[in-house]
Design a protein around this ligand. Sequence first.
Ligand code: MG
Ligand code: MG
Length: 281
Amino acid sequence: MSSQSPSLSALMNILSHLIPPGFLRNRRGGTVKTPEEIAIMRQSSRIVATVLKELSDYVKPGMTTLDLDKYAEGRIRDMGATPSFKGYHGFPASLCTSINHEVVHGIPSRKKVIRGGDVLKIDTGAYFQGYHGDSCITLAIGEVSPDAAHLIDVAEKALYQGIAKVKAGAYLLDLAGAMQDHVEANGFKIVEEFTGHGVGRNLHEEPSVFNFRTYEIPNVKLRAGMTLAIEPIVNAGSKKTRVLGDRWTAVTVDNALSAQFEHTVLVTETGYEILTDRNLV
Ligand code: MG
Ligand code: MG
């Protein structure tokens, strides 16, 4: 993900106080969407939520991750959208499927059989009428260990702790701190090498929505109408990851488990709207 140098970030912070409000609208820290754009993003996000909800019922031990990908692509296209990920920088599939110690960007394959006890991350995006939605869930396949169940629970709650901080006038650091605190209070680690992002016309837009306290990534002030993909990744062991030879799949360096949840979220004056809320489908 893109990050600016700390000195440039500091300069931009000073400038933002000198320049009349609104001048930097759509120039720094991500675009503010119009009501028309937001209406479309509700639809693209709803398609994503529908696919993830259906997949959580569809998946069974013995299936391959390619089976899930075929199902998801069919459903995304049925609903009049195209898969956001397929072809994105050459990614070959509609889903990222990452199992156990795989952290993100796992490539669906007929060789990857899903087994009882697995911790399965499914991430997908849909592109509908010019706008993307993006969301990720972690599923416990069958019976998982108590430690795995706890990790999944902490990762999901971390996302909601971050979302709870979203409102116009809040800062990205508010979200990041809330997510990091929840994860570390439970003895786990936030991955720092991947961040969330703005989402809209492009799958990845400004700002970088970081999940941990940092001063090296611009601490953007949120404005009503911004749309953010918030996506903390939680590791049971080391926070460090490495990318496999397929140049996509990131895994934990110590083979410990990893879990992730993601929502596309609209910033409002009073709070937020979770556009990929599966309870709405
Ligand atoms: Mg995603
Ligand atoms: Mg994302």
